[in-house]
Design a protein around this ligand. Structure first.
Ligand code: ADP
Ligand code: ZN
Length: 212
C-alpha cells in the first residue's frame, strides 16, 4: 500500500497518517518531520531549510526530492508507506513518478480555510519525540507534557498566525493543483475533515474503501 496524503496545513494529515500507518502496518514518511528533525540536529539540511520554514515557504524541490529518494530506499519502506507532506508541488510529483513508484491512492483531506487558523493555533508538539497534540481535539494526559516520552509540549514556530496565512497561500498555489494531477490518473479520493478526529478517520476509511 503506497498512499499520499494531501491537505492544507492543519487539515489533520499527520494525525490520520498515524491511524492509517497502524492499520496497514507501514511507516509514515513525513517530510515536515524529517526537516524539523534536521533543524533540531542542526545538520546541513536543517541549515538550508530554516529560513524557508520560518517564513512559511516551501523548501526547494531538489532538496526535498533528495530526502525522499534516500528515505524510500530504507528497508522499512518495502511493504509500502504513507507519504505525509510529499509531494507538495507538481515538480515533486513528477520526480516521484520518475522514480517509478506506483502510488495506489491519493487521499485529500478537505478543510475550509476559515477553520484552519483556529485549528492550528491549538496545535502542540513534543519537543523531544515529535508526537502531536491539540488543545481541543487531542489533549495530553498531563497538561503540556508528552504522553509518550514526558517531553515538554511546544508550539511550532511556523504555527504562528501570520506564518499560517502564508502557508495557506502556498498550499493553494502550489499544492492544491496536485488534486487535479492525481484525479487525472484516477487515484484521487476525498475525505472531509470533521470536528472530531475519530469522525475524520471514519471519512478517511470510507474514502479508501477499507473496513474500520
Ligand atoms: P503542515 O502540513 O502543517 O504545513 P509540515 O510539517 O508538513 O506542515 O511542513 C512544515 C514545513 O516544512 C513546510 O511549511 C515547508 O517549509 C517544509 N516542507 C515539508 N514538506 C515539504 C515539501 N514536500 N516540499 C517543500 N517543503 C516542505
Ligand atoms: Zn514526546
Amino acid at each position: 500500500m503506497k498512499l499520499i496524503l494531501l491537505g492544507a496545513p492543519g487539515a489533520g494529515k499527520g494525525t490520520q497518517a498515524e491511524v492509517l500507518a497502524e492499520k496497514f502496518n507501514i511507516p509514515v514518511i513525513s517530510t515536515g518531520d524529517i526537516i524539523r528533525n534536521a533543524l533540531k540536529q542542526q545538520t546541513e539540511l536543517g541549515k538550508q531549510a530554516k529560513d524557508y520554514i520560518d517564513k512559511g515557504l516551501l523548501v526547494p524541490d531538489d532538496v526535498v526530492i533528495e530526502i525522499i529518494r534516500e528515505r524510500l530506499k530504507q528497508a522499512d519502506c518495502a511493504n509500502g508507506y504513507i507519504l505525509d507532506g510529499f509531494p507538495r508541488t507538481v515538480p515533486q510529483a513528477d520526480a516521484l513518478e520518475a522514480m517509478n513508484i506506483d502510488i495506489d491512492k491519493v487521499l485529500a483531506i478537505e478543510v475550509p480555510d476559515e477553520k484552519i487558523i483556529g485549528r492550528i493555533s491549538g496545535r502542540r508538539q513534543c519537543g523531544e519525540c515529535g508526537a502531536t497534540y491539540h488543545n481541543e481535539y487531542k489533549q495530553p494526559k498531563q497538561e503540556s507534557i508528552c504522553d509518550v516520552c514526558e517531553g515538554t509540549l511546544i508550539q511550532r514556530k511556523d504555527d504562528a498566525p501570520e506564518t499560517v496565512k502564508q502557508r495557506l497561500e502556498v498550499y493553494h498555489e502550489q499544492t492544491a493543483p496536485l488534486k487535479a494531477y492525481y484525479d487525472q490518473k484516477g487515484i484521487l479520493v476525498l475525505a472531509y475533515g470533521q470536528e472530531e478526529i475519530k469522525d475524520t478517520t471514519k471519512e478517511v476509511f470510507k474514502a479508501l474503501g477499507v473496513e474500520a
